[in-house]
Design a protein around this ligand. Structure first.
Ligand code: DP6
Length: 372
């Protein structure tokens, strides 16, 4: 599919004057990382992620038809969109520029948005100050709400198209958000060996996933609950003139091929080696950029060291991955859950801020919920 397949022009607002929709959309954790983009949110390499389940955003979008004389065209042909945002019950005007930018990017594909006055009400299942990025779940929830409006304006669209376009729109809000529509494993970024993969949207991993990865566990250790030191937008930009960029993008393509096979054969040892290497490479890119950053904290390293020791002693299939921050995602198979949970509580939780961690596992994607 190409970009033009996502343009929807034949709508009649009068058929849908007002209402509201609600979506609950999970976060995701990348196994092969997206770090570097170009143009209109086009990734420099393929990324593959597990969709999560306990960490989610729930967003309600209330819409009401605007009076035609209130539609003012501003510069660059963008309309002055009419919306307010509430986050966990509080009006959040500081979230507006990000949503404004999102609307500007998606207007071409969903031009009906300028005919509505919106109220966006969002909440996260995870604490706001947890260091967990909410752009993936937040942007995908909003994209799905907008798609629900499109579906009501045009009931003929199929579920497959609905999900693809939701992912396409979410990508324009935040790259990783395009991987938060469906589960359990999502591929984003064109790859010659992964059928149907695209730079425009995420797809469900198209091959049979080995049972070893069914209901895989992710315990998120909250090492640093503060605001991110480097926003991912800045981080992606650092890859533009990065001395190792070309090699990194090539490596990510190779790792995507490798992990595709690992996910099918169920080789846990190979999975661990690849996933940990991806996490450390992401941080190595930040440490070697200009300006440079260290996003890990001393406790991040202590946790990694403990995980390595425990794995060597027990032979259990525990490993870690990292986002662009200090928190650690501890990944392990469901059947080793009991022993590994005991270890986490005893040995790793003390390195978390206020002993806080979140128990999550692979999920099946976003769900529409009845309006509250
Ligand atoms: C380190 O999706 O947050 O989590 O497209 O600028 O919104 P934008 O970036 P974002 O980047 C996520 C980067 C990452 C790795 C990943 O999730 O693949």
């Amino acid at each position: 599919m190409t970009e033009s397949d996502f343009i929807f022009n034949n709508f009649k607002i009068s058929t849908l004057p007002s209402g509201s929709v609600t979506w609950k959309t999970p976060s995701n954790i990348a196994l092969v990382k997206y770090w570097g983009k170009e143009g209109n949110q086009i990734p420099k390499n393929t990324s593959i992620s597990f969709t999560l389940s306990a960490c989610f955003t729930q967003t309600t979008l209330e819409y009401r038809e605007r009076q035609p004389d209130k539609l003012i065209s501003t510069s660059l042909n963008h309309q002055d969109y009419n919306f307010d945002i509430y986050f966990e019950g509080e009006k959040k005007d500081d979230f507006k520029p990000k949503i404004q930018k999102f609307f500007e990017r998606i207007e071409k594909y969903v031009p009906f948005i300028k005919h509505y006055q919106f109220v966006i009400k969002s909440e996260n299942s995870f604490p706001h100050s947890s260091g967990i990025a909410s752009s993936a779940s937040g942007m995908s929830a909003l994209a799905l709400c907008i798609m629900s409006i499109e579906k009501m304006l045009n009931p003929t669209i199929t579920n497959a198209y609905f999900n693809k376009k939701a992912s396409f729109l979410a990508r324009l809000g935040s790259g990783s958000a395009c991987r938060s529509i469906e589960g359990a494993l999502i591929v984003w970024g064109a790859h010659p060996e992964i059928e149907g993969s695209s730079n425009l949207y995420g797809i469900k991993f198209p091959y049979k996933i080995h049972d070893n990865f069914k209901n895989y566990q992710d315990t998120i250790l909250l090492v640093d609950k503060g605001e991110k030191q480097v926003s991912s937008t800045v981080g992606h930009q650092l890859m533009l003139n990065h001395p190792f960029a070309a090699q990194r993008f090539q490596q990510a393509q190779q790792n995507s091929s490798k992990i595709s096979k690992i996910l099918q054969t169920g080789n846990l040892k190979e999975f661990i080696a690849l996933v940990e290497s991806e996490a450390l490479t992401l941080h190595a890119m930040m440490m070697t950029s200009n300006p440079y950053f260290i996003l890990m904290k001393p406790n991040t390293l202590k946790i990694i060291d403990k995980i390595w020791q425990f794995r060597a002693e027990t032979g259990l299939n525990i490993c870690f991955t990292l986002d662009a921050g200090a928190n650690v995602h501890v990944l392990y198979p469901e059947k080793e859950k009991e022993k590994i949970n005991n270890f986490i509580i005893k040995e790793l939780a003390p390195f978390c801020q206020e002993n806080h961690y979140i128990c999550d596992s692979i999920g099946q994607g976003a769900i529409q919920t009845p309006n509250t």
